[in-house]
Design a protein. Structure first.
Lengths: 252, 275
């Protein structure tokens, strides 16, 4: 299984790069031949504090195989402890102290590719998600899978998210979604945080082929670099102004 | 009118609270909260609204200035009513409000699982009950402040004016002053005027009605007529919070709070598992 995976990201317009609260794993692009590989994206919730830190911890833990769907709550416990240690050691103003009482939140999507050997040209994938980060599997011009949301109308501003507070995560297993499938040479997987995923679904529903634009990013066919392209979409009102993250994975 | 402008630090919105500090606010409050008088009820509601606004805009680096805040009192006098280091200021960025309460109290709040938890409860305005009820003057002063603000923020989400009162104006009928305020606008919509009626009537709280038919007295009916219709996204958000709203619901509550309005303002993703 040969994978070329590349992240693209841009903060919300008006925000500094340091205020970007999405996260992705692995932290940089890679070209590798392996029998198993994990990719992840997460989106820290705007209305909570230290959500970017939580999103980073989630994708990293998934990348190292420490977050599994069958043991999700148990696997989150050490991460929740680590997050608490990092944020509660500081002298905090009243509003941060109050906000941290209910923890922080992030939407999360993890994707695992596997093959029987590093040289195989087909294999399996397994995805797990909580919230509205999405993945689309595209072969040629056919969308084989869209997960966990299936249509632009499925997005809203009140998703159930993974919390850093075990008490708030009580019913999270009801919101955990998993899906399995198979991959073959030349498939492309697009892992997207909600703003871009919503655009992708909307374009697809209108008969467009948004995957072609995403495939061209950072190639000689690229119309514009990712941040400028997103700025254009925002300017046209075609995409919500939010942090935007894309992880594109080409399999061979 | 769209009411869909993005609320951001570059394009902030504005809240102006008009608070009744007249002598009649010393009377007991109805609706099951009679152990505290109306002036105490008002300061609880206002301090809680400000607290909620701040918590929604707080990030690890501080409170983001998505809003500017004005608090005008009307009673013995009409004018800015914030205390401490904010005294005399007409409009204050939200981050300054957050760092400048008069004091920080602790209160108990239900923890959602049958117990109580102590929370930090900042106080910006203490109860005052003195003098007449010059509500028309208060609306006129809000109009002057917002006319200035609107020249600088023509594309912003429109200002929201929340008037908290027992409804008994002593300087005339405030309807035309409220109408005039509602006619101010940004490119995104007209100024929203909402009213919170604190009454001595022991009537059941009423939230966001669409008709004055069931309201308990003429003051409630007047305040209802002075209130803007809730924009569709606010109706939808209030419904998500469990309110049963009918078509034509207005920004009026009787012996109740208005935290639902704060929760309805969209500044980003709000987890459904965060209450």
């Amino acid at each position: 299984m040969e994978i070329f995976a590349q992240p693209f990201w841009v903060p919300k317009a008006g925000n500094a790069a340091a205020e970007y609260e999405d996260a992705f794993w692995p932290p940089k692009r890679l070209r590798t031949r392996k029998a198993q590989l994990r990719l992840a994206v997460a989106d820290g919730a705007t209305e909570t504090s230290y959500s970017g830190l939580w999103a980073k911890q989630l994708v990293e833990a998934f990348g190292y195989g420490r977050v599994r769907p069958e043991t999700l709550c148990k696997d989150l416990a050490p991460l929740q402890e680590r997050w608490r240690e990092e944020v509660h050691g500081k002298a905090l103003p009243w509003y941060t102290e109050e906000n941290l009482r209910s923890g922080t939140f992030a939407s999360f999507l993890g994707l695992t590719f596997s093959a029987r050997s590093p040289n195989d040209h087909h294999g399996a994938w397994q995805a797990l998600a909580v919230g509205d980060c999405c993945v689309a599997q595209v072969r040629g011009n056919v969308v084989l899978a869209s997960f966990p949301l299936g249509a632009a109308a499925d997005f809203n501003n009140r998703p159930c998210l993974l919390s850093s507070d075990p008490a708030t995560n009580g019913a999270i297993e009801n919101h955990l979604r998993t899906l399995e499938g198979t991959w073959a040479t030349d498939d492309t997987f697009f892992l997207m945080t909600d703003a871009l995923a919503h655009w992708f679904y909307q374009e697809t529903e209108q008969g467009e082929r948004p995957w072609n634009t995403l495939r061209d990013l950072d190639t000689t066919d690229e119309p514009k670099p990712f941040p400028e392209w997103i700025a254009d979409l925002r300017g046209k009102g075609a995409i919500k102004n939010d942090d935007v993250t894309l992880f594109r994975a080409d399999l061979h | 009118m769209a009411y869909n402008a993005e609320i951001s630090r570059a394009n902030p919105s504005c809240f102006v609270f008009l608070i009744d500090q007249s002598g009649s606010m010393a009377d007991a409050r109805g609706g099951g909260a009679s152990s505290r008088n109306k002036a105490q009820g008002l300061s609880d509601i206002l301090n809680n609204l400000l607290r909620n606004l701040i918590l929604r805009c707080a990030k690890e680096e501080g409170v983001r200035d998505y809003y500017q805040i004005g608090v005008l009192g009307y009673g013995q006098t009409v004018g800015p009513a914030l205390g401490g280091s904010l005294a005399g200021r007409q409009l204050v960025p939200l981050s300054e409000i957050a760092t400048s309460p008069v004091r920080l109290d602790e209160r108990e709040k239900e923890d959602g699982v049958g117990g109580l938890v102590k929370i930090k409860f900042p106080i910006w305005v203490d109860p005052i009950a003195n003098g007449g009820t010059p509500m028309c003057q208060a609306f006129a002063q809000a109009q002057t402040i917002l006319e200035g603000w609107l020249t600088q923020h023509a594309s912003s989400f429109p200002p929201i004016v929340i008037n908290i009162t027992d409804g008994e104006a002593t300087d005339g009928d405030p309807s035309s002053a409220a109408d005039s305020l509602r006619r101010l606008s940004t490119n995104d919509g007209e100024v929203l005027v909402f009213n919170i009626h604190l009454s001595s009537h022991h009537a059941t709280p009423i939230e966001f009605p669409n008709s004055e038919a069931g309201l308990p007295d003429q003051f409630a009916q007047l305040l209802f007529r002075m209130s803007s219709h809730l924009p569709p996204h606010m109706c939808a958000a209030a419904q998500q919070e469990g309110y049963r709203l009918q078509e034509g619901a207005r920004g009026f509550v009787f012996n109740a709070d208005m935290v639902a309005v704060i929760k309805a303002l969209e500044i980003g993703t709000r987890p459904s598992n965060l209450r």
